[in-house]
Design a protein around this ligand. Structure first.
Ligand code: CMC
Length: 442
């Protein structure tokens, strides 16, 4: 879905008084529905009935292919033009000039912070990175081979038990404290999950370090000397977080909004987002890309693999997007970040396979016809691997990056008078009423 540009819609001809006339051929009745910002209200269709006891017309839209579930001021996305903007700022400019925490502030509050606001924000996030000691024992309860996304999802949910005051959504200041906590603690939870599966002692946050450097330190510190890392690696990670920070109403964000609409606390809502992100068609794709590249093993095996994809046996992971049908601007920036990281770490041998796959796919009619292009996940996994992350951790990195988007969207939803508890309709196609059949008669 392409978000309507605010300027384009207000200047659009007839904006504000445009209407849609529908003639119901079942009854011959005509209806005039208002069009606002390129949409009609689905509930307006309910007046279209064949009889008084008819429920009224509904739209059938599995997977929300053409349904706007909210009005949002956060992220603008034009899939055909490959445009992504946070609060109006092009992703390319933010990736070049901004820091992840600055972008997080922008997403949550709508404006870039001035120096004083940024300092305060960074200070607050930094000083909420520590977690209750019970999180540590909770994490230790997982099996040695637990998937870190499973651990993240549960431990984010568990935070709701530690901050019961988060249930009070009427207090704006209280909500903002939970937002700070969520952004601050996500890397700590992710790093604890990693240390657990690798059998290493947990490393506590270091308030002297930046957000991304602290995360790397919690992951990779061994022994007493302080962990040091090339600043190009820290910057690349910060940029990756920026690129993942929001993507309007994607599967996990819709999950956060949908669960949050029940007025549950934000930890529980964000845990739902983490669960949605876990899936291989969403955030799990970066992990799937690496597994795929490893399975292909050599450039010579690509043609065989591609035949399988085109025959529908499997998907080319990291390709295609529900919204981007031209190019994914995040993928372009990530390719550049790949070069920066490989300058420090040396080239990942799987890169050659990835580059060749991309070349072949972009020239193949199957992919061209279906408008399938590399998405954000195609190259991000290669960077994560170069940074020393195991595949299991890739989606955790996506989750850390996406947290400001989830909480910004959650906050926007709370303040939106149009929003109610999410509750889709269905088209019932099951059996009509029938009598219970006794066991002996079945
Ligand atoms: N490889 C091969 N064929 C594909 C692919 C792919 N990666 N993606 C879509 N197609 C085909 C699909 O088989 C269908 O073909 P046909 O019309 O012949 O049946 C056509 O393209 C349309 O596919 P779709 O499943 O209807 O498209 P969608 O908008 O529902 O799915 C998608 C979007 C991202 C789930 C899908 O492209 C996909 O599964 N990609 C691989 C997984 C992936 O990389 N996901 C990460 C998405 S970006 C990160 C994020 O935002 O989460």
């Amino acid at each position: 879905m392409t978000t309507q540009q605010p300027t384009a819609t207000t200047d659009a001809p007839g904006s504000g008084n445009e209407t849609l006339t529908i003639v119901d051929n079942r009854t011959g009745q005509s209806y005039e529905l208002p069009i606002t910002d390129g949409t009609i209200r689905a509930t307006e269709l309910r007046q279209i009935k064949v009889s008084d006891d008819d429920f009224g017309l509904m739209t059938y839209d599995p997977a929300f292919m053409n349904t706007a579930s909210c009005r949002s001021e956060i992220t603008f996305l034009d899939g055909d033009a490959g445009v992504l903007r946070y609060r109006g700022y092009p992703i390319e400019q933010l990736a070049e000039k901004s820091s992840f925490l600055e972008v997080a502030y922008l997403l949550v509050y709508g404006e870039l912070p001035n120096q004083q606001q940024l300092d305060r924000w960074v200070h607050d996030i930094t000083h909420h990175t520590f977690v209750h000691e019970n999180v540590r024992t909770f994490m230790q309860g997982f099996r040695y081979d637990a998937h870190p996304m499973g651990m993240l999802q549960s431990s984010v949910g568990m935070l709701s038990t530690l901050y019961p005051e988060a249930k009070d959504l009427t207090d704006e200041e209280n909500n903002e404290l939970q937002i700070v906590r969520l952004i601050a603690k996500m890397p700590t939870l992710g790093a604890f999950a990693y240390r657990h599966i690798t059998g290493k002692p947990f490393v506590y946050p270091n308030n002297e370090l930046s957000y991304s450097e602290n995360f790397l330190s919690m992951l990779f510190t061994t022994g007493v000397p302080q962990y040091t890392v090339d600043p190009r690696i820290v910057r690349a990670l910060d940029v990756l977080f920026i690129l993942h920070a929001d993507h309007e109403q994607n599967c996990s964000t819709s999950a956060v909004r949908s669960v949050g609409s029940s007025q549950v606390d934000p930890y529980s809502a964000v845990a739902a987002g983490v669960s949605a992100l876990y899936g291989p068609l969403h955030g799990g794709a970066n992990e799937a890309v690496l597994k795929m590249l490893r399975r292909i093993e050599r450039v010579e095996n690509i043609p065989d693999f591609m035949e399988g994809v085109k025959a529908g046996k499997e998907r080319l992971m990291g390709f295609g997007h529900r919204v981007y049908k031209n190019f994914d601007p995040r993928a372009t920036i990530i390719k550049k970040a790949c070069d920066d990281v490989f300058e420090v770490t040396g080239v990942n041998p799987l890169l050659e396979i990835a580059v060749e796959l991309e070349k072949i796919a972009l020239g193949d009619e199957y992919f061209v016809k279906r408008k399938l292009y590399p998405n954000v996940d195609f190259y991000s996994g290669l960077i994560y691997e170069a940074l020393g992350m195991p595949e299991d951790m890739f989606t955790v990195l996506f989750a850390i990056g996406r947290t400001p988007g989830w909480v910004a969207q959650w906050r926007e939803m709370l303040g939106d008078k149009d929003q109610k508890i999410s509750r889709p309709r269905q088209v019932y196609v099951g059996p009509g009423e029938r009598d219970y059949v006794e066991m002996s008669a079945r």
